[in-house]
Design a protein around this ligand. Structure first.
Ligand SMILES: Cc1cc2nc3c(=O)[nH]c(=O)nc-3n(C[C@H](O)[C@H](O)[C@H](O)COP(=O)(O)OP(=O)(O)OC[C@H]3O[C@@H](n4cnc5c(N)ncnc54)[C@H](O)[C@@H]3O)c2cc1C
Ligand code: FES
Ligand code: FES
Length: 475
């Protein structure tokens, strides 16, 4: 019988899933594991961070440490990896430097959130010994605390700057890497439990064979969306094909003035990659969920949800993205705009996967990406605008204004675009374009916002883009 192997609790664990469902989350696994109750369940939907653990992936002979929400991760996806929980930090009655810092700075009151914060900061500690204020904020943006207040927690993190004490986990790295190196990562894993089946292919051609054979299977990558079906809707997913081990869809590179993004690239990887390449996109991705979610959420998964309020679809449409889908026999490309066909609908056929996204890089276009939400981090947008413009001699040659949250799917404001093409860059023109955009859409009222407020936001976001454009043009 196939089994999943990963390193945890000072040993290689082997789970054959004969007695446990493969869609068990890492959080549920931990809550039933003796002595590992430090990881807490607050929301079971990725929103509070109290379940944060660190998953270390072996990459080129060393570990890459990622803080993730264990409530959103299916247990089989740990195969070949090293799972670290708060119980692993202290050793022989000595606290880890992060835990010491929490004590010294009074960074814990009731303590419910503390393991989650410490794990988020442990991942940061492994990333850098000189974290900037921005990096500290980013590390804990997905963790909620009801009692301590965030300042002492940030102080605790800042007090670790320059601390390079070797810790318990760092010392064991070579031995753990060696243990993981012996785990086969080649033959498809077929995990079965009662009427559930979970397939893990390690090569794209194998994955495409399986998808052709089982077109009804639920594809999963980062599982930040699919896990909600299990946690919140209590759905028993009978057949899963896990794409998260396919190196062929994790490519992220520039080729012939195109940015090539594999569908399995995480939002955090994309964010880091575009920091200097497309700074407005980098800033926009900072407010995509929170770091624990970005570390898992994939670009392909975000497109495939085809959500009208998802962050990537409007941005990628404005950047002129093409998507490539693949099946067992062929590949086909569409513009992203034609690929999305309706509310949570795409052109993807049964038997296909989304393989790659290609963005043409242009220095002539100016871009602005704006997301309005109720809070900065860990919130989905109420309305968003992704705007791009090509200006020559103060005349708008071309413009794209893609809105999220204004219709059942991401939509361009053709009325505003048509009006602005050929016009000068002036406040009056952009204000009028904003009015046309507001008239074009009939948004809905829901828990996030009234329809009227959405229309005002759409209008104002176009004016915001104008102000950013004039700064760029030095007007
Ligand atoms: C707390 C929280 C906050 C969030 N905040 C945001 C946010 O701010 N902005 C935002 O846009 N989204 C947000 N999301 C939604 C989610 O994180 C994203 O949509 C994410 O990008 C999904 O990627 P994934 O890899 O986790 O997808 P999965 O959950 O693995 O899959 C999602 C869907 O895509 C399909 N799929 C995945 N990969 C492929 C592929 N290669 N080919 C074909 N189908 C595929 C799956 O079958 C499934 O239907 C949030 C989610 C949570 C839980
Ligand atoms: S339990 Fe709240 S993020 Fe997992
Ligand atoms: S210390 Fe009580 S929730 Fe943070």
């Amino acid at each position: 019988m196939d089994s999943v192997k990963f390193y945890f609790d000072n040993k290689l664990q082997e789970i054959d899933f004969s007695t446990i469902s493969p869609t068990t989350t890492v959080l549920d696994f931990l809550r039933s594991y003796p002595g590992r109750f430090g990881t807490k369940e607050g929301c079971a939907e990725g929103d509070c961070g109290s379940c944060t653990v660190v998953i270390a992936d072996p990459e080129n002979g060393k570990f890459e440490y990622h803080a993730v929400n264990s409530c959103m991760v299916f247990l089989p996806s740990l195969h070949g990896k090293f799972l670290i929980t708060v119980e692993d930090l202290a050793q022989d009655n000595y606290l880890h430097p992060i835990q010491e810092a929490f004590v010294e700075n009074f960074a814990s009151q009731c303590g419910f959130c503390t393991p989650g914060f410490e794990m988020s900061l442990f991942a940061l500690y492994k990333e850098t010994t000189e974290p900037s204020d921005e990096q500290i904020t980013e590390a804990v943006e997905g963790n909620l605390c009801r009692c301590t207040g965030y300042r002492p927690i940030r102080d605790a993190a800042a007090s670790l700057r320059g601390v390079i004490e070797r810790d318990n986990i760092t010392e064991k790295e070579p031995q753990i890497l060696q243990a993981l190196a012996g785990i086969p990562m080649d033959q498809t894993l077929d995990l079965r439990y009662k009427d559930q089946r979970y397939l893990i292919p390690f090569h794209l051609d194998k994955a495409l064979d399986l998808i052709a054979q089982y077109p009804e299977a639920v594809l999963v990558n980062g599982s930040t969306d699919v896990a909600l079906r299990r946690n919140k809707l209590k759905e028993k997913i009978r057949l899963v094909i896990d794409l998260s081990f396919l190196l062929e869809i994790k490519e992220l590179r520039i080729q012939d003035r195109n940015l090539i993004i594999g569908a399995g690239v995480t939002v955090q990887q994309l964010k880091n990659f575009v920091k200097d390449l497309l700074p407005p996109l980098y800033d926009y991705l900072k407010v995509f969920a929170a770091k624990q979610i970005r570390n898992r959420a994939t670009v392909g998964g975000n497109i495939m949800t085809a959500s009208p309020i998802g962050d990537l679809i409007p941005a990628l449409i404005t950047l002129g993205a093409q998507v490539t889908v693949a099946d067992k026999n062929s590949e086909k490309s569409y513009s992203l705009e034609e690929f999305i066909t309706g509310y949570r609908q795409t052109r993807l056929q049964k038997g296909q996967i989304l393989k790659q996204i290609t963005i043409p890089l242009s220095e002539d276009w100016f871009f602005g990406f704006y997301k309005v939400s109720k809070r900065t981090s860990l919130d989905i947008s109420t309305v968003s605008l992704s705007a791009g413009v090509l200006v020559k001699d103060d005349v708008i040659e071309d413009i794209i204004l893609a809105f999220g949250g204004m219709a059942a799917m991401v939509k361009r404001s053709t009325a505003a675009e048509d009006f602005l093409r050929g016009k000068n860059v002036s406040e009056q023109n952009f204000v009028q374009a904003g009015q046309l955009a507001a008239q074009q859409f009939q948004p809905i009222s829901d828990a996030r916002s009234s329809a009227q407020a959405r229309s005002v936001l759409a209008k104002n976001l176009i004016v915001k883009f104008y102000t950013d454009l004039t700064q760029k043009l030095g007007k």
